[in-house]
Design a protein around this ligand. Sequence first.
Ligand code: PMP
Length: 361
Amino acid sequence: MARVYNFSAGPATLPVEVLEKAQADLLDWQGTGMSVMEMSHRGDAFVSIAEKATQDLRKLLNVPEGYSVLFLQGGAAGQFAGVPLNLMGSSQKADYIINGSWGKKAVKEAGKYGDAQVAANSAVDGAFTDVPARADWQLRDDAAYVHYTPNETIEGIEYPDVPDTGNVPLVGDWSSAFLSKPIDVSKYGVIYAGAQKNAGPAGVTMVIVRDDLMGNPQSGVPMVLDYKKQADADSMLNTPPCFAWYMAGLTFEWILANGGLEGMAERNQRKADKLYGFIDSSDFYSNPVAPQARSRMNVPFLLANDELNKTFLAQADEAGLCTLKGHRSVGGMRASIYNAMPEEGVDALIDFMRGFEKANG
Ligand code: PMP
Protein backbone atom coordinates (compact mmCIF):
# COMPACT_ATOMS: atom_id res chain seq x y z
CA MET A 1 0.00 0.00 0.00
CA ALA A 2 1.46 3.35 -0.99
CA ARG A 3 -0.08 6.21 0.93
CA VAL A 4 1.23 9.64 0.00
CA TYR A 5 1.49 12.69 2.23
CA ASN A 6 -1.56 14.60 1.08
CA PHE A 7 -1.45 18.33 1.85
CA SER A 8 -4.90 19.06 0.40
CA ALA A 9 -6.89 21.88 2.02
CA GLY A 10 -10.03 19.78 1.99
CA PRO A 11 -11.27 17.20 1.48
CA ALA A 12 -8.09 16.37 3.29
CA THR A 13 -6.05 13.48 4.59
CA LEU A 14 -7.78 11.29 7.18
CA PRO A 15 -6.12 9.26 9.93
CA VAL A 16 -5.14 5.83 8.58
CA GLU A 17 -6.65 4.22 11.68
CA VAL A 18 -10.01 5.81 10.82
CA LEU A 19 -9.88 4.53 7.25
CA GLU A 20 -8.89 1.06 8.43
CA LYS A 21 -11.73 0.96 10.93
CA ALA A 22 -14.18 2.01 8.23
CA GLN A 23 -12.72 -0.63 5.93
CA ALA A 24 -13.11 -3.35 8.54
CA ASP A 25 -16.72 -2.30 9.16
CA LEU A 26 -17.59 -1.73 5.54
CA LEU A 27 -19.47 -4.88 4.55
CA ASP A 28 -20.86 -5.75 7.95
CA TRP A 29 -21.15 -3.12 10.64
CA GLN A 30 -20.98 -4.92 13.98
CA GLY A 31 -22.88 -8.01 12.96
CA THR A 32 -25.77 -6.20 11.32
CA GLY A 33 -24.85 -7.75 7.96
CA MET A 34 -24.94 -4.39 6.24
CA SER A 35 -22.75 -1.35 5.80
CA VAL A 36 -23.50 1.97 7.45
CA MET A 37 -24.31 3.30 3.96
CA GLU A 38 -27.16 0.85 3.65
CA MET A 39 -28.85 1.31 7.01
CA SER A 40 -32.06 3.10 7.77
CA HIS A 41 -31.22 6.28 9.59
CA ARG A 42 -34.16 5.55 11.88
CA GLY A 43 -32.94 2.10 12.87
CA ASP A 44 -31.30 1.33 16.21
CA ALA A 45 -27.88 0.73 14.66
CA PHE A 46 -27.54 4.10 12.98
CA VAL A 47 -29.22 5.96 15.84
CA SER A 48 -26.57 4.50 18.17
CA ILE A 49 -23.80 5.64 15.78
CA ALA A 50 -25.25 9.14 15.61
CA GLU A 51 -25.71 9.39 19.36
CA LYS A 52 -22.18 8.21 20.08
CA ALA A 53 -20.71 10.70 17.60
CA THR A 54 -22.74 13.51 19.12
CA GLN A 55 -21.65 12.61 22.65
CA ASP A 56 -18.02 12.32 21.61
CA LEU A 57 -18.09 15.71 19.94
CA ARG A 58 -19.64 17.22 23.07
CA LYS A 59 -16.93 15.57 25.14
CA LEU A 60 -14.09 16.73 22.89
CA LEU A 61 -15.20 20.34 22.90
CA ASN A 62 -16.55 20.29 26.41
CA VAL A 63 -19.81 21.71 25.06
CA PRO A 64 -21.72 23.27 27.98
CA GLU A 65 -25.36 22.70 28.83
CA GLY A 66 -27.60 25.03 26.88
CA TYR A 67 -25.99 24.34 23.51
CA SER A 68 -27.27 22.00 20.80
CA VAL A 69 -25.02 20.06 18.45
CA LEU A 70 -26.35 19.53 14.94
CA PHE A 71 -25.06 17.42 12.04
CA LEU A 72 -26.39 18.98 8.86
CA GLN A 73 -25.89 18.98 5.11
CA GLY A 74 -25.11 21.85 2.78
CA GLY A 75 -21.52 22.47 3.86
CA ALA A 76 -20.15 25.47 5.65
CA ALA A 77 -21.38 27.50 2.69
CA GLY A 78 -24.89 26.35 3.56
CA GLN A 79 -24.35 27.93 6.97
CA PHE A 80 -23.43 31.22 5.29
CA ALA A 81 -27.23 31.29 4.75
CA GLY A 82 -28.21 29.24 7.81
CA VAL A 83 -26.70 31.71 10.26
CA PRO A 84 -28.52 34.85 9.06
CA LEU A 85 -31.75 32.92 8.46
CA ASN A 86 -31.77 31.71 12.07
CA LEU A 87 -30.10 34.55 13.94
CA MET A 88 -30.78 37.89 12.33
CA GLY A 89 -33.95 38.24 14.39
CA SER A 90 -35.84 41.48 14.59
CA SER A 91 -32.91 43.86 14.12
CA GLN A 92 -32.12 42.29 10.75
CA LYS A 93 -28.53 43.41 11.22
CA ALA A 94 -25.30 41.48 11.41
CA ASP A 95 -21.64 42.54 11.48
CA TYR A 96 -18.94 40.63 9.62
CA ILE A 97 -15.20 40.70 10.17
CA ILE A 98 -13.24 39.98 7.01
CA ASN A 99 -9.72 38.62 6.92
CA GLY A 100 -9.84 36.40 3.87
CA SER A 101 -11.79 34.84 1.04
CA TRP A 102 -14.31 32.77 3.02
CA GLY A 103 -15.43 35.67 5.18
CA LYS A 104 -16.05 37.67 2.01
CA LYS A 105 -18.30 34.93 0.70
CA ALA A 106 -20.08 34.68 4.06
CA VAL A 107 -21.01 38.36 4.19
CA LYS A 108 -22.14 38.34 0.58
CA GLU A 109 -24.49 35.44 1.23
CA ALA A 110 -25.83 36.98 4.46
CA GLY A 111 -26.62 40.16 2.52
CA LYS A 112 -29.40 38.26 0.75
CA TYR A 113 -31.26 37.95 4.05
CA GLY A 114 -30.73 41.27 5.80
CA ASP A 115 -28.36 44.10 6.55
CA ALA A 116 -25.01 42.32 6.68
CA GLN A 117 -22.28 44.89 7.10
CA VAL A 118 -18.50 44.62 6.97
CA ALA A 119 -17.38 45.87 10.37
CA ALA A 120 -13.67 45.39 9.73
CA ASN A 121 -11.59 44.24 6.79
CA SER A 122 -7.86 43.62 6.85
CA ALA A 123 -7.36 43.58 3.06
CA VAL A 124 -4.58 45.78 1.72
CA ASP A 125 -4.77 46.20 -2.05
CA GLY A 126 -7.06 43.18 -2.09
CA ALA A 127 -4.57 40.91 -0.30
CA PHE A 128 -4.87 39.55 3.24
CA THR A 129 -1.87 39.09 5.49
CA ASP A 130 -3.30 39.75 8.96
CA VAL A 131 -6.48 39.85 11.03
CA PRO A 132 -8.06 43.26 11.60
CA ALA A 133 -7.07 44.73 14.97
CA ARG A 134 -9.96 44.41 17.42
CA ALA A 135 -9.73 48.16 18.19
CA ASP A 136 -10.66 48.91 14.56
CA TRP A 137 -13.86 46.88 14.47
CA GLN A 138 -16.90 49.09 13.88
CA LEU A 139 -19.52 47.02 15.66
CA ARG A 140 -23.18 47.98 15.97
CA ASP A 141 -24.76 47.48 19.38
CA ASP A 142 -28.00 46.33 17.82
CA ALA A 143 -26.46 43.79 15.49
CA ALA A 144 -27.92 40.31 16.02
CA TYR A 145 -24.46 38.74 15.84
CA VAL A 146 -20.83 39.24 14.83
CA HIS A 147 -19.42 36.74 12.34
CA TYR A 148 -15.75 35.98 11.85
CA THR A 149 -13.54 33.28 10.36
CA PRO A 150 -11.08 31.96 12.97
CA ASN A 151 -8.96 30.38 10.25
CA GLU A 152 -8.95 31.53 6.63
CA THR A 153 -8.07 28.43 4.64
CA ILE A 154 -6.87 30.10 1.45
CA GLU A 155 -4.70 32.87 2.88
CA GLY A 156 -3.53 30.87 5.91
CA ILE A 157 -4.57 33.44 8.50
CA GLU A 158 -5.65 32.40 11.97
CA TYR A 159 -6.81 34.34 15.02
CA PRO A 160 -4.56 33.69 17.99
CA ASP A 161 -7.46 34.42 20.41
CA VAL A 162 -11.23 34.51 20.50
CA PRO A 163 -12.32 38.13 20.00
CA ASP A 164 -14.56 39.73 22.60
CA THR A 165 -17.85 41.05 21.24
CA GLY A 166 -19.52 41.81 24.55
CA ASN A 167 -23.20 40.97 24.61
CA VAL A 168 -23.51 40.51 20.86
CA PRO A 169 -23.34 36.78 20.08
CA LEU A 170 -20.18 35.72 18.31
CA VAL A 171 -20.45 33.36 15.33
CA GLY A 172 -17.35 31.51 14.13
CA ASP A 173 -16.84 29.66 10.85
CA TRP A 174 -14.38 27.20 12.34
CA SER A 175 -14.26 24.97 9.24
CA SER A 176 -10.52 24.74 8.78
CA ALA A 177 -9.42 24.87 12.42
CA PHE A 178 -12.27 22.87 14.00
CA LEU A 179 -10.97 20.28 16.49
CA SER A 180 -7.38 21.47 16.01
CA LYS A 181 -7.24 22.84 19.56
CA PRO A 182 -9.64 23.35 22.48
CA ILE A 183 -12.35 25.98 21.92
CA ASP A 184 -14.19 27.79 24.69
CA VAL A 185 -17.66 27.14 23.31
CA SER A 186 -19.28 29.38 25.94
CA LYS A 187 -17.82 32.41 24.18
CA TYR A 188 -19.91 31.69 21.09
CA GLY A 189 -23.46 31.99 19.89
CA VAL A 190 -22.78 29.63 16.99
CA ILE A 191 -19.81 27.58 15.85
CA TYR A 192 -20.03 25.82 12.51
CA ALA A 193 -17.66 23.73 10.44
CA GLY A 194 -17.66 21.47 7.43
CA ALA A 195 -16.12 18.12 8.34
CA GLN A 196 -13.73 17.72 5.45
CA LYS A 197 -10.61 19.17 7.05
CA ASN A 198 -10.21 17.90 10.60
CA ALA A 199 -13.40 16.01 11.29
CA GLY A 200 -14.07 13.48 8.54
CA PRO A 201 -15.06 13.39 4.90
CA ALA A 202 -17.13 15.99 3.07
CA GLY A 203 -20.89 15.81 3.40
CA VAL A 204 -21.60 16.66 7.02
CA THR A 205 -21.52 20.07 8.64
CA MET A 206 -21.47 20.52 12.38
CA VAL A 207 -23.33 23.40 13.96
CA ILE A 208 -23.09 24.12 17.67
CA VAL A 209 -25.70 26.65 18.66
CA ARG A 210 -26.70 28.33 21.90
CA ASP A 211 -30.25 27.25 22.58
CA ASP A 212 -31.68 30.71 23.25
CA LEU A 213 -30.65 31.76 19.72
CA MET A 214 -32.89 29.13 18.14
CA GLY A 215 -36.59 29.23 17.43
CA ASN A 216 -36.93 32.67 15.90
CA PRO A 217 -35.87 32.18 12.28
CA GLN A 218 -36.80 34.36 9.35
CA SER A 219 -40.02 33.39 7.65
CA GLY A 220 -39.21 31.32 4.63
CA VAL A 221 -36.21 29.57 6.20
CA PRO A 222 -35.84 26.16 4.52
CA MET A 223 -36.84 23.57 7.10
CA VAL A 224 -33.51 21.75 6.75
CA LEU A 225 -31.69 24.94 7.80
CA ASP A 226 -34.00 25.67 10.73
CA TYR A 227 -31.82 25.05 13.79
CA LYS A 228 -34.70 24.55 16.21
CA LYS A 229 -36.50 22.09 13.97
CA GLN A 230 -33.28 20.18 13.39
CA ALA A 231 -32.40 20.19 17.09
CA ASP A 232 -35.86 18.88 18.00
CA ALA A 233 -35.44 16.11 15.41
CA ASP A 234 -31.87 15.17 16.47
CA SER A 235 -30.67 16.39 13.05
CA MET A 236 -32.91 13.84 11.36
CA LEU A 237 -35.65 16.06 10.02
CA ASN A 238 -34.81 14.38 6.76
CA THR A 239 -32.23 11.73 5.82
CA PRO A 240 -28.94 12.89 7.32
CA PRO A 241 -25.54 12.33 5.66
CA CYS A 242 -25.29 8.97 7.42
CA PHE A 243 -21.93 7.74 6.22
CA ALA A 244 -20.18 11.07 6.67
CA TRP A 245 -21.65 11.36 10.16
CA TYR A 246 -20.35 7.87 10.97
CA MET A 247 -16.89 8.74 9.60
CA ALA A 248 -16.88 11.94 11.66
CA GLY A 249 -17.69 9.78 14.68
CA LEU A 250 -14.68 7.53 13.97
CA THR A 251 -12.53 10.65 13.65
CA PHE A 252 -13.76 11.92 17.04
CA GLU A 253 -12.83 8.55 18.57
CA TRP A 254 -9.37 8.84 17.01
CA ILE A 255 -8.89 12.33 18.46
CA LEU A 256 -10.04 11.16 21.89
CA ALA A 257 -7.59 8.25 21.73
CA ASN A 258 -4.75 10.59 20.76
CA GLY A 259 -4.78 13.09 23.55
CA GLY A 260 -8.02 14.93 22.78
CA LEU A 261 -7.88 18.52 21.63
CA GLU A 262 -4.94 19.32 23.92
CA GLY A 263 -3.00 16.56 22.20
CA MET A 264 -4.01 17.85 18.76
CA ALA A 265 -3.07 21.43 19.72
CA GLU A 266 0.35 20.42 20.93
CA ARG A 267 1.15 18.38 17.82
CA ASN A 268 -0.27 20.99 15.46
CA GLN A 269 1.77 23.77 17.04
CA ARG A 270 4.94 21.71 16.77
CA LYS A 271 4.30 20.90 13.10
CA ALA A 272 3.51 24.52 12.24
CA ASP A 273 6.52 25.87 14.16
CA LYS A 274 8.81 23.51 12.26
CA LEU A 275 7.47 24.49 8.85
CA TYR A 276 7.35 28.25 9.45
CA GLY A 277 10.75 28.03 11.12
CA PHE A 278 12.19 26.47 8.00
CA ILE A 279 10.47 28.96 5.66
CA ASP A 280 11.76 31.90 7.71
CA SER A 281 15.28 30.51 7.74
CA SER A 282 15.37 30.40 3.96
CA ASP A 283 15.73 33.20 1.39
CA PHE A 284 14.19 30.97 -1.22
CA TYR A 285 10.77 30.48 0.40
CA SER A 286 8.56 33.08 2.00
CA ASN A 287 5.25 33.42 3.81
CA PRO A 288 3.62 36.86 3.79
CA VAL A 289 1.39 36.49 6.85
CA ALA A 290 2.04 38.50 10.03
CA PRO A 291 3.71 36.06 12.46
CA GLN A 292 1.02 36.41 15.15
CA ALA A 293 -1.73 35.54 12.64
CA ARG A 294 -0.12 32.61 10.88
CA SER A 295 -2.37 29.61 10.49
CA ARG A 296 -1.33 26.38 12.17
CA MET A 297 -3.46 24.52 9.62
CA ASN A 298 -2.82 26.04 6.20
CA VAL A 299 0.68 27.22 5.40
CA PRO A 300 0.97 29.13 2.12
CA PHE A 301 4.44 29.76 0.81
CA LEU A 302 5.95 31.36 -2.26
CA LEU A 303 9.11 30.41 -4.10
CA ALA A 304 11.67 33.11 -4.82
CA ASN A 305 11.23 32.37 -8.48
CA ASP A 306 7.63 31.88 -9.62
CA GLU A 307 8.79 30.14 -12.79
CA LEU A 308 9.80 27.19 -10.66
CA ASN A 309 6.31 26.53 -9.28
CA LYS A 310 5.45 23.86 -11.83
CA THR A 311 8.76 22.04 -11.35
CA PHE A 312 8.36 22.19 -7.58
CA LEU A 313 4.88 20.68 -7.75
CA ALA A 314 5.87 17.95 -10.20
CA GLN A 315 8.93 16.89 -8.22
CA ALA A 316 7.09 17.07 -4.91
CA ASP A 317 4.37 14.87 -6.34
CA GLU A 318 6.96 12.33 -7.45
CA ALA A 319 8.36 12.34 -3.93
CA GLY A 320 4.91 11.46 -2.55
CA LEU A 321 4.17 14.98 -1.32
CA CYS A 322 0.87 15.76 -2.98
CA THR A 323 -1.68 18.55 -3.46
CA LEU A 324 0.67 21.40 -2.56
CA LYS A 325 -0.58 23.87 -5.14
CA GLY A 326 -1.74 27.13 -3.58
CA HIS A 327 -5.21 28.48 -4.23
CA ARG A 328 -5.34 30.18 -7.61
CA SER A 329 -6.23 33.50 -5.98
CA VAL A 330 -2.94 33.70 -4.05
CA GLY A 331 -0.63 31.49 -6.17
CA GLY A 332 2.45 29.68 -4.92
CA MET A 333 2.10 26.68 -2.65
CA ARG A 334 -0.01 25.76 0.32
CA ALA A 335 0.64 22.94 2.74
CA SER A 336 -2.43 22.04 4.77
CA ILE A 337 -1.25 20.26 7.87
CA TYR A 338 -4.42 19.28 9.68
CA ASN A 339 -4.67 16.91 12.64
CA ALA A 340 -4.25 13.81 10.49
CA MET A 341 -1.03 14.98 8.83
CA PRO A 342 1.68 13.13 10.75
CA GLU A 343 4.73 15.02 11.90
CA GLU A 344 6.79 12.79 9.57
CA GLY A 345 4.84 14.31 6.67
CA VAL A 346 5.94 17.79 7.68
CA ASP A 347 9.53 16.58 8.13
CA ALA A 348 9.46 14.99 4.68
CA LEU A 349 8.13 18.23 3.17
CA ILE A 350 10.87 20.29 4.82
CA ASP A 351 13.54 17.85 3.60
CA PHE A 352 12.17 18.08 0.10
CA MET A 353 12.02 21.89 0.22
CA ARG A 354 15.60 22.04 1.44
CA GLY A 355 16.78 19.82 -1.41
CA PHE A 356 14.80 21.76 -3.98
CA GLU A 357 16.30 25.02 -2.79
CA LYS A 358 19.81 23.56 -3.06
CA ALA A 359 19.17 22.42 -6.61
CA ASN A 360 17.40 25.57 -7.78
CA GLY A 361 18.27 28.38 -5.39
N1 PMP B 1 -15.38 28.34 5.25
C1 PMP B 1 -14.09 27.97 5.26
C2 PMP B 1 -13.16 28.64 6.23
C3 PMP B 1 -13.63 27.01 4.36
O1 PMP B 1 -12.34 26.64 4.37
C4 PMP B 1 -14.53 26.41 3.47
C5 PMP B 1 -14.12 25.31 2.51
N2 PMP B 1 -12.83 25.27 2.11
C6 PMP B 1 -15.85 26.84 3.47
C7 PMP B 1 -16.25 27.79 4.39
C8 PMP B 1 -16.87 26.25 2.54
O2 PMP B 1 -17.15 24.98 2.99
P1 PMP B 1 -18.06 23.96 2.21
O3 PMP B 1 -17.33 23.63 0.96
O4 PMP B 1 -18.18 22.82 3.17
O5 PMP B 1 -19.36 24.62 1.94
